[in-house]
Design a protein around this ligand. Sequence first.
Ligand code: IPE
Ligand code: IPE
Ligand code: MG
Length: 245
Amino acid sequence: MFKEKIDIQRLPQHVSVIMDGNGRWAKQKGLLRAFGHEEGTKAVRDVVEGCAELGVKFLTLYAFSTENWNRPKREVDTLMRLLVNSLKKEIKTLTENNIKLNAIGNIDSLPKKAQKELKEVIDKTAGNERMVLTLALSYGSREELIHVVKDLCEKVKNEELSLDAIDESIINQHLYTQNLPDVDLLIRTSGEQRISNFLLWQIAYAELYFTNILWPDFRRENLYEAIYNYQTRERRFGKTSEQIS
Ligand code: IPE
Ligand code: IPE
Ligand code: MG
């Protein structure tokens, strides 16, 4: 049992997850990929509740990447339909657990129905304070950085901002994640050990945790194990071990 081993005083403030392996989970069972995505929503609910109960303040889930648009149309449609259905269903979980929903990514590129549902749940949960749940939808870190560069150029051109004023904090303020702290712990399921265009700037000093578990099988006990593992690490931020202790 990992939960008892977790030091509640030293929780990661911001946990993010690359939820991967839905397709392989389905394939192993001889099912269509869509079943894997559907089963994955159960893992989402468990991890969201698990994080909120522990006291994690920010949870960010990679649900759909800019590159995922290149999948077969049928699969994209399934994912968008699941998104709308989950939002409809999970508003209850979010409200009961006092969780605020947030979204990052090129939200305008989502189907109108998904945008409408998303906006509704974001508005309804805007006053919730226990945890911020951010869904990365049509999200790509490079696309986000292009958006930042364009914004900043525009402001410099209009003399709203001077070139010398551009620093880390200005960049943070222009990212989709402007209201979120840096990621402390990044979890990726399914055994792949790559970042796949997720939060490149924001994970500069995150602790990375990879597990072979496929996303539909991931449950809060696995989350506890990841957090416990995170707590066994020494985060030095470039300093020496002696400076830290
Ligand atoms: C993650 O599972 C869900 C999304 C990327 C939308 P995958 O669909 O990538 O599953 P695998 O990697 O093919 O097993
Ligand atoms: C990353 O998973 C995107 C999400 C989990 C939403 P992918 O399955 O798309 O990543 P690659 O293609 O294996 O790198
Ligand atoms: Mg995948």
